[in-house]
Write a protein that binds this ligand. Structure first.
Ligand code: ATP
Ligand code: MG
Length: 354
């Protein structure tokens, strides 16, 4: 898809209120609060209900990470909401990724971001990027994340063009475990699953990042044309503004895998090099056309069947993360002892930290 195309300034339909609820929201100077979550320049913490009316200032504890203790090394990425920097903890030498998001958004969206941060920080799963701390100061949210030294699947794809099936199966298994955790344990829909939100490291680990936040930001900014990537992987029910659930992430997973396998975004137009002209053409294709499929002469029947199980246009016909874990594609290459660590290291963008 061509970036900077003629995208209209569309508002995304946000989830129905019953999906995300907010008990309380206060904005003071440099502090905001959502229910039992308090965020200010010293960090994020959960306050008890009795504290909600008059929250005391947050005091950084000894084990809390502070922005002042982090040295900036270099910018490692740019997204819709802001930049991602590699930073190093002054005293321990540990590396982190620091994501800074400008928060010049409506208050209603700030509430959602506060909610996401709360979920982010409480997520404990080896298939989800750890969010250590979040700060809100001067109109910007800073999030200290686990540093993934291989960058994203998008970075890898730019180098290798296509990822062979055995590696894809190993990657997919980890993503499914992350999705299973988000869906079943945290009861959250990611909403923005795409190659740049799947991060990798030299240990061969694949982790999901950025659930929710970037999709919300995309819906709030006036610069809709910079958010092309966010629409690309949207399920039919979501792109038309309908009700959507966990299966929406499964659609996105199917498209991501197909893109990794073929080296092409599945809704690319027939003529090489021509991007979609506008959002409506993309939406029309997603909603009206048959879903994309993996060419059966190039891929195993198991892979083709897996993709088909993900990209059913009817949500009910799509399999869940749990069901997909038992799909033959996930286990068919297990005997090969696939080494993602050396694959990422040899295929990848610079895994070196400095
Ligand atoms: P969007 O804003 O739509 O989500 P995006 O995912 O490309 O787009 P960011 O989430 O800001 O934008 O990430 C930009 C890039 O920064 C990623 O593609 C990745 O290469 C890098 N990056 C993000 N988070 C980390 C991290 N925790 N560790 C290492 N690199 C990261
Ligand atoms: Mg991202």
């Amino acid at each position: 898809m061509k970036k900077g195309g003629l995208l209209p300034n569309l508002k995304l339909t946000l989830p129905p209120p019953d999906e995300i609820s907010f008990s309380k929201f206060l904005t003071q100077s440099g502090t905001f609060m959502d229910g039992d979550l308090l965020v200010n320049r010293d960090g994020v913490r959960i306050v008890s209900q009795t504290e909600v009316e008059a929250p005391p200032p947050i005091k950084p504890s000894d084990d809390q990470l502070n922005l002042a203790d982090l040295d900036s090394i270099k910018v490692i990425g740019k997204g819709n909401g802001g930049i991602v920097q590699l930073v190093q903890h002054k005293w321990t030498g540990q590396f982190f990724a620091l994501k800074v998001i400008q928060m010049n958004v409506e208050e209603s969206h700030r509430k959602q971001i506060a909610q996401e941060l709360k979920i982010n920080q409480s997520a404990q799963c080896r298939y989800v990027v750890v969010c250590y701390q979040s700060f809100y100061d001067n109109g910007a949210i800073s999030i200290i994340l686990e540093y993934m030294d291989g960058g994203s699947l998008l970075d890898i794809l730019k180098k290798v063009k296509t990822i062979p099936e055995p590696f894809l199966a190993a990657i997919c298994k980890q993503v499914l475990k992350g999705l299973l955790y988000l869906h079943r344990e945290k009861h959250v829909i990611h909403r923005d699953l795409k190659p740049s939100n799947l991060l990798i490291n030299h240990r061969g680990e694949v982790k999901i990042t950025d659930f929710g936040v970037s999709a919300i930001l995309a819906s709030t900014s006036g610069q809709a044309n910079t958010f092309v990537g966010t629409y690309n992987y949207m399920s039919p029910e979501r792109i038309i503004g309908g009700r959507y659930g966990y299966k929406s992430d499964i659609w996105s997973l199917g498209l991501v895998l197909l893109e990794c396998a073929t080296g092409q975004f599945p809704y690319s137009p027939p003529e090489q090099g021509e991007g979609w002209i506008n959002f409506y053409e993309l939406m029309e294709a997603i909603v009206e056309k048959s879903p994309p499929s993996a060419p059966s002469d190039q891929f195993s029947p198991q892979f083709c069947s897996f993709i088909s199980a993900c990209v059913q246009k009817e949500q009910e016909a799509r399999q869940s993360a749990h069901q997909l874990m038992n799909h033959p594609f996930i286990s068919m290459y297990e005997d090969l002892d696939i080494d993602l660590s050396s694959y990422f290291t040899s295929a990848g963008s610079p895994l070196a930290t400095l």
